[in-house]
Design a binder for this molecule. Structure first.
Ligand SMILES: Nc1ncnc2c1ncn2[C@@H]1O[C@H](COP(=O)(O)OP(=O)(O)O)[C@@H](O)[C@H]1O
Ligand SMILES: [Mg+2]
Length: 347
């Protein structure tokens, strides 16, 4: 097959995406596919006469994949592109996708995960992997996700949504549960997430979160263990436990090698694991997601679990959570990438 793998873009998860995209491209090539890997925003700034020859030559257009301790400087990336137009898609990106049999979304966060790219590709008649634009948009917004969870009985921590436009004297007084977790609604990879213990730090954290987003979700803090459940073809994979060696599962603990221990299958009462898997499938369905994704959970000391969110384009390096879960279910990484394509072409 001719496959375009899209990575990079303008989200705070840009670096992670370039690593996912490179690994996906490498795996698909190992299965004999012709793959062009391209940064969706940077595009191909060289002269391209024959797109087919790019596939024949398995062309790579992205930067080297290196994940720093902190999220990248997106303004610097934006300025570094030669093409100064307001077009999100870089030069030749859509032409390359149109020439492919399918486009694999190796993107994370931002326009790649919020449904914008999905909607644009669909209108261009381009087939792509994963959820459609509606599910992606719902799952990307933590406040909207919360509404779906509450309407469909998915257990989730108590919360409140704050909007920047209403911010003013007394607006935050309605929250009085501490500790709590403050999150920009549409970020990811824990970017902008803060766990706070008192009102003063809460007010500061909400102010900081408004720098990332117009909408901020405040949640009751759940003390306990953290798990995630990957979904493939609507069915749950084995549960994985996430154990940061210090602190909580923030950006650094997510991506610095060795910072977090992952156990899959999780050491968990089989009845609870099974319930969590069914709840993950239910949440996935209610959020209108398709093909694959990952649903995050916390388990408190009384064995009650809470669903935090769903990720429509979860990390896809071989060491990422969902690929580890697939491996535990007997699906090696290259087969997982092919399976995602196969399911996406049928959706
Ligand atoms: N209610 C909560 N109680 C305790 N920890 C939380 C809570 N919500 C989030 N966290 C911590 O913050 C991390 C990021 O939160 P999450 O809602 O999954 O957003 P992101 O999209 O950034 O992954 C979680 O993996 C977890 O470690
Ligand atoms: Mg998460």
């Amino acid at each position: 097959m001719k496959i375009a793998v899209l990575a990079g873009g303008l989200s705070s998860e840009r670096d992670v995406s370039i690593l996912s995209g490179s690994k996906i491209a490498e795996a698909l090539r190992s299965k004999g596919h012709k793959v062009v890997l391209i940064d969706i925003f940077m595009g191909c700034e060289e002269e391209v006469c024959d797109i087919d020859s790019l596939f024949e030559n398995n062309y790579d257009f992205t930067d080297n994949a290196v994940i720093g301790r902190e999220a990248p400087d997106i303004e610097a990336v934006r300025k570094s592109r030669k093409n100064r137009s307001s077009d999100f898609f870089g030069d030749h990106v859509l032409d390359i996708c149109k020439a492919a049999d399918v486009t694999f979304l190796g993107l994370h966060g931002g326009e790649g995960e919020d449904g914008s790219v999905q909607a644009a590709l669909q209108l261009h008649g381009i087939k792509y992997t994963g959820s459609d634009h509606l599910g992606a948009a719902i799952a990307m917004h933590k406040g909207v996700t919360k509404g779906v969870f509450l309407n469909s009985n998915v257990p989730t921590p108590g919360s409140r949504l704050y909007k920047r436009e209403f911010m003013g004297e007394g607006y935050l007084d309605s929250w009085n549960i501490f500790p709590c977790v403050v999150k920009p609604c549409s970020a990811g990879s824990s970017v902008g997430v803060q766990i706070v213990a008192d009102r003063e730090s809460f007010v500061a954290a909400v102010g900081a979160a408004f720098r990332y987003d117009d909408d901020v979700l405040v949640e009751e803090y759940v003390k306990g263990r953290e798990f995630s459940v990957g979904i493939l073809g609507g069915k749950a994979l084995p549960v994985i436990e996430i154990i940061p060696k210090s602190g909580w599962y923030d950006y650094e603990n997510k991506y610095q090698e060795g910072a977090t221990e992952e156990v899959c299958p999780a050491e968990l009462d089989p009845k609870i694991a099974e319930k969590m898997q069914r709840e993950a499938e239910h949440a996935f369905e209610m959020l209108r997601l398709k093909v694959y994704g990952r649903v995050d959970f916390l388990l408190d000391q009384d064995n009650r679990f809470y669903c935090l969110e769903a990720n429509t384009l979860p990390g896809m390096t071989p060491m990422s959570l969902l690929p580890q879960e697939a491996a535990a279910a007997g699906i090696p990484y290259p087969e997982l990438c092919e399976k995602i394509i196969e399911l996406s072409l049928k959706k």
